[in-house]
Design a protein around this ligand. Structure first.
Ligand SMILES: [Zn+2]
Length: 142
């Protein structure tokens, strides 16, 4: 299947991710890959801004909470996809992803191919199917 480039602005090049991406808590909405697990700001400028300004935080509050969910969803799919090697897609129980904190109401795009609906996260896409009446998710890398 083809992926709508308008969603990403171009091809995504995979990078190694020692720590999962997170959103800077200063309120800017930027995501970053922290060098240490306790890092919560993008850099020192953002840390200073975070201490001194409360306004940007409340203005972007809804957008940031949605982006956090989208990032979390992407991280959950990443974890399951990476846990299996040499495969084009990974099948998982719907309930397992849900237990991992995946929120199915949040995705960045949707497409339909041969009557199958695919939902996009930043680096993955997935479809829902049933195996012996059990709801399953098929995860693909973008
Ligand atoms: Zn920031």
């Amino acid at each position: 299947m083809t992926i709508d480039k308008r969603l990403t602005g171009g091809p995504i090049t995979p990078a190694p991710r020692p720590i999962a991406e997170r959103i800077c808590i200063c309120g800017c909405g930027h995501s970053f890959i922290p060098s240490r697990r306790d890092k919560v700001y993008l850099n020192n400028q953002h840390a200073n801004y975070g201490y001194n300004h409360g306004k940007r935080k409340s203005k972007n509050k809804n957008r940031i909470s949605v982006e956090k969910i989208l990032l979390k969803n992407d991280n959950v799919l990443n974890k399951h996809y990476k846990s299996e090697r040499n495969t084009k897609h990974v099948d998982r129980h719907y309930a397992i992803l849900k237990a991992d904190g995946f929120k199915f109401g949040y995705h960045i795009g949707k497409s339909e191919t041969d009557s199958i609906e695919y939902y996009y996260t930043y680096n993955y896409y997935y479809c829902i199917f049933f195996l012996d009446n059990i709801k399953m998710i098929k995860i693909f890398k973008r």
